[in-house]
Write a protein that binds this ligand. Structure first.
Ligand code: SER
Length: 436
């Protein structure tokens, strides 16, 4: 089943269960400077989870584009993405555990036809802040989930939120799909990262507000916040073990594989770069649609970093960067069904990305030369750390964000002196400020 079909079925199911389908918010949060990007479907709903009345009532559902840069270095493996879509349904002081779990169970087993044997669930084991969630486990048992498919874990696994230091949060029950792969060892269970179990849906019972002092106060209303990662669900239900094989990414991955000049022996490196390019380019396009432009601060800086990173990976995979324009055109054609806004803003997307590419390419080749010289020097000195001065010069003169230098250095087994870079960067900023 294609991702868009899962999305449509999901919305239809919750509409049938009296939810109002609301629009997703911008990737740039409207009234919250504590995060740069919308990290989860619940984030734009925070005031309503805290008690404000939502104009559409107490049951809402939607799909929400999210960006999480915390995992940026993980992109390149089989399932991490910086930009993904989350399906969500919310009870704003309406239904709680029983109805929420039953709806999730019915959607998965009836609308998506998943066999019960494939479903595993986890519940909160309890601590001094909140008791063991036997209630959720019982609801799962009654629905037909066998005892040996129910696990209890601590806060690390079965507690969600708040976003930042304070705000709505609570125990959660997570739903996993058993891919049927062999267990990696005797203790393999849904919390194991080996890939046997894939988390597909998280139902959070948001009944607490975490306060500045770290304590939890009960909210006036009990809420439910659920999140189903669309790309990961599509990967799982399509029987793929790599998210880049789903129809959203496959055509672009094939195009990149055809464009790389790396030979068969280097294909693992190329594959990793292709995944980074596919993820980052999609993230960059959707950020541009939401009004972000490359700059040296905040959202603009992250966008710049993402763009420069995928351009560097095009070079690393020996892909001619001149294909970027046609790559963007082809990608938009693939994504159009899910994101028609990309077509409407195509001219702007092309303008921003091609201008940034041009700017970066001017200095990239010289910067790489400079970097390579520095690495030879470091290795000759038997040193394992690249000095902050070089990292700063690469940033200042060649526009290498320090993360790119770090990544390049890592590929050579070298660390960078980030602390010293930051010191030099601050001094430089203060000097520029004093001058202006
Ligand atoms: N907020 C939860 C999550 O992001 C459920 O939507 O996983």
């Amino acid at each position: 089943m294609k991702a868009i079909d899962i999305r449509n079925k999901y919305l239809k199911f919750f509409e049938k269960h009296n939810h109002k389908i609301i629009a997703g918010a911008s990737l740039v949060p409207a009234n919250d400077s504590s995060v740069l990007f919308t990290p989860a479907g619940m984030h734009p709903l925070t005031p309503y989870l805290l008690g404000e009345k939502h104009p559409e009532g107490t049951r809402v559902a939607n799909y929400q584009k999210c960006v999480r840069t915390i995992d940026i270095d993980e992109v390149g493996d089989s399932h991490h993405l910086t930009c993904f879509e989350m399906m969500g349904n919310w009870s704003l002081g309406d239904y709680f555990k029983e109805e929420s779990i039953k709806m999730s169970f019915d959607f998965l087993t009836q609308d998506l036809n998943l066999p019960i044997e494939k479903i595993f669930v986890t519940c909160f084991e309890g601590d001094s802040d909140c008791p063991k969630d036997e209630e959720s486990a019982n609801i799962w048992r009654q629905a037909g989930i066998p005892e040996n498919h129910i696990y209890f874990f601590n806060k690390k696994e079965n507690w969600w939120g708040p976003v930042g230091n304070t705000g709505p949060c609570g125990a959660c029950t997570e739903i996993f799909y058993d891919t049927g792969k062999e267990k990696c060892n005797a203790n393999c269970n849904p919390s194991c990262g080996c890939g046997k179990f894939i988390e597909i849906w998280n139902n959070v019972f948001m009944e607490f507000n975490k306060k500045e002092d770290g304590t939890y106060e009960e909210l006036a209303q009990k809420n439910v916040d659920t999140g189903l990662g669309l790309e990961r669900a599509a990967m799982t239900f399509q029987g793929k073990d790599n998210v880049f094989e789903i129809e959203i990414f496959k055509p672009i991955m094939d195009r990149l594989a055809a464009a790389t000049k790396l030979t068969q022996g280097d294909r693992i490196i190329a594959d990793q770069s292709h995944r980074i390019i596919a993820d980052h380019l999609k993230a960059a396009m959707l950020l541009i649609v939401d009004g972000v432009t490359p700059s040296n601060i905040d959202q603009g800086y992250v966008l710049r970093r993402i763009i420069r990173r995928f351009i560097r990976h095009m070079r690393k995979a020996e892909i001619d960067v001149e294909i970027l324009e046609s790559l963007i055109n082809e990608y938009i054609e693939v994504l159009e069904e899910m994101y028609p806004e990309l077509v409407k803003r195509k001219t702007m997307i092309l303008e921003v990305l091609l201008a940034e590419k041009k700017k970066f390419m001017k200095t990239l080749v010289n910067g790489e030369k400079e970097f390579n010289k520095a690495i030879i020097r470091i290795k000759e000195q038997n040193n394992e750390i690249l000095d902050g001065e070089t990292v700063f010069r690469l940033y200042e003169t060649y526009g290498f964000p320090p993360e790119i230098t770090e990544e390049l250095a890592q590929e050579q087994g070298i660390k960078i002196n980030m602390e010293n870079f930051e010191k030099l960067y601050k001094e430089h900023q203060e000097k520029s400020r004093a001058r202006s």
